[in-house]
Design a protein around this ligand. Structure first.
Ligand SMILES: NC(=O)c1ccc[n+]([C@@H]2O[C@H](COP(=O)([O-])OP(=O)(O)OC[C@H]3O[C@@H](n4cnc5c(N)ncnc54)[C@H](O)[C@@H]3O)[C@@H](O)[C@H]2O)c1
Length: 257
């Protein structure tokens, strides 16, 4: 097992990619701190993890205070955090213009202040708060660590709303800046930029939008959560011990850079 003796904190662990990643890391021997805005879903994830000694709690990652409290709880439970999967995120918020089709050219001008800033609060501030609080534990424990930030192909090329694209590009900036700063502590920081993956987030994407995307994808399919869990395991484990400040994009070839 690749992660025996390690503790992984996974945000957004109650659904989709976060749940699948939690399961994969647990199968490799990690103890999981599964956190989510909806505590009942984090508890459900706990119920399907292999091995013992896992922990679930609730957090709104958009709140610096709530994240500080959550990491304190995880720290007192385990006394170490070796892996952070900064995965919690949303692709739309009320007032973000997503009720207008992208093709109409009206999304951006219909995006309210609140629609833009509330998405950024979760996808960008949330990533930063979780990373900062986890780094405090990682630096104190002097065990090194691996931080995996969930970006998107929207951070690499034009995909999704302005707010979503901005948030996922910001995640790449956070990844590189902290990778440079934290390398001296043996803490690696990388990002995953998934393509279209079948999760509750993408379940509502209408068929007419999905079909051309699959056609434009060289591997001719959408991704499965397992495709992302494999990438997360690679970045979490010592198999990637000389990799930091990078992104990997499991996207079937839809975006090539
Ligand atoms: N599914 C895709 O195609 C895809 C593609 C690229 C990137 N991503 C990214 O992957 C991550 C996971 O997406 P998913 O597809 O599993 O979505 P999902 O909607 O299935 O899961 C997201 C999880 O994040 C949690 N969450 C939302 N806001 C939160 C908050 N404020 N605090 C704590 N938890 C919160 C939700 O409760 C949910 O459990 C997101 O960051 C998303 O942007 C997904």
């Amino acid at each position: 097992m690749k992660l025996e003796g390690r503790v992984a904190l996974v945000t957004g662990a109650g659904s989709g990619l976060g749940r699948e990643i939690s399961c994969r890391l647990a199968r490799e021997g990690a103890r999981i701190a599964a956190v989510d805005l909806r505590p009942e879903t984090a508890e459900e994830t706990l119920g399907i993890l292999s091995g013992d000694g896992h922990f679930a709690c609730a957090v709104d990652v958009a709140s610096g205070d709530a994240v500080r409290e959550m990491v304190t709880q995880v720290d007192s439970e385990f006394g170490q955090i070796d892996i952070l999967v900064n995965n919690a995120g949303v692709d739309r918020m009320p007032g973000d213009g997503s009720d207008k089709l992208l093709e109409t050219g009206q999304q951006t001008i219909h995006m309210s202040d609140e629609g833009f800033t509330s998405l950024m609060a979760i996808n960008v501030n949330g990533v930063f708060f979780c990373l900062r609080e986890t780094l405090r534990v990682m630096q104190r424990e002097e065990r090194g660590g691996s931080i995996i930030n969930m970006s998107s192909i929207a951070g690499l090329s034009p995909n999704g709303n302005v707010s979503y694209a901005a948030s996922k590009a910001a995640v790449l900036g956070i990844t590189r800046a902290t990778a440079r700063e934290q390398g001296r502590f043996g803490i690696r920081v990388n990002a995953i930029c998934p393509g279209v993956i079948e999760t509750p987030m993408t379940a509502g994407v209408p068929e007419p939008m999905l079909k051309p995307l699959i056609k434009a994808t060289p591997l001719r399919r959408t991704g499965q959560p397992d495709d992302i869990a494999s990438t997360a395991l690679f970045l979490a484990s010592d198999d990637s011990s000389f990799i930091t400040g990078q992104w990997i994009s499991p996207n079937g070839g839809l975006v090539m850079q």
